[in-house]
Design a protein around this ligand. Sequence first.
Ligand code: ATP
Length: 269
Amino acid sequence: MADASSPQPSSPQPVAPSDDQHAFVVRQLGKQFGPKIAVNGIDLDIPAGSFYGLVGPNGAGKTTAMSMMTGLLRPDHGKVWVHGIEVWEQPGAAKRIMGVLADGVRLFDRLSGEQLVTYSGLLRGMDRELVAERTRDLLRVMDLNEDAGKPVVDYSAGMTKKIALAAAMIHVPKVLVLDEPFEAVDPVSAANIRQILQQYVASGGTVIVSSHVMDLVQRMCDHVAIIAQGNVLAAGTVDEVRGERSLDETFVELVGGDGPGEGLTWLRT
Ligand SMILES: Nc1ncnc2c1ncn2[C@@H]1O[C@H](COP(=O)(O)OP(=O)(O)OP(=O)(O)O)[C@@H](O)[C@H]1O
């Protein structure tokens, strides 16, 4: 029996990373909404220069985790460092080195696409001419030139995703955190965006994407974490996580793919 006078093992304390090898270090990060534990004290180590996929079923806690990692949603507990900067201690410094495509966060959608991207650059304190030059490039690669003058509120879902992505990139952050960047985006634009992100990673940047599309994550990412019910079930390089199987098979096995049983017996024609 443990001696009551001897020191008791304390719960693991978040430890600040002392190196710059990690874009993100996440320790014991948690969030609860009423009775629902959305994120259950997760740990993640995201190497600098990696293309990192966060995958999980609907409601797994991906958006909640990403929001806490990027300073958009205050955690109940735990800590996050981005390139060694503690996000909730130094939010200004942390946000300066991040570009974020958030899910469900309202944009200034009365602005035109061009104005929105320009505004993002100017808010970051960038030089006006540089902003104009990069805005032109971003609108071109996102295939939004023709709609540059249209209010974002009138954009389609895919166009809105692309303009928000452009706004997240204009200041050349060290880390891009993108929640479902390809959702609703057409295949040609998605291929362009993938190529841009791959070049960005090759130049030393880090990309973290959430996605439900396992095939895409397997092809595009070098690291992956599988999240379900607020817990990290597996994390590492894509090859470590999937082993001999496809990522899709690993995902279904880890997350549980019993299927709907008899399904909807009445939905027959
Ligand atoms: N603001 C909120 N209030 C109450 N519950 C919330 C809130 N945000 C998220 N949740 C709940 O937390 C859980 C995790 O949600 P989250 O949006 O993080 O999942 P997700 O993995 O991003 O899902 P999806 O892939 O469907 O976007 C869900 O059960 C969701 O209903």
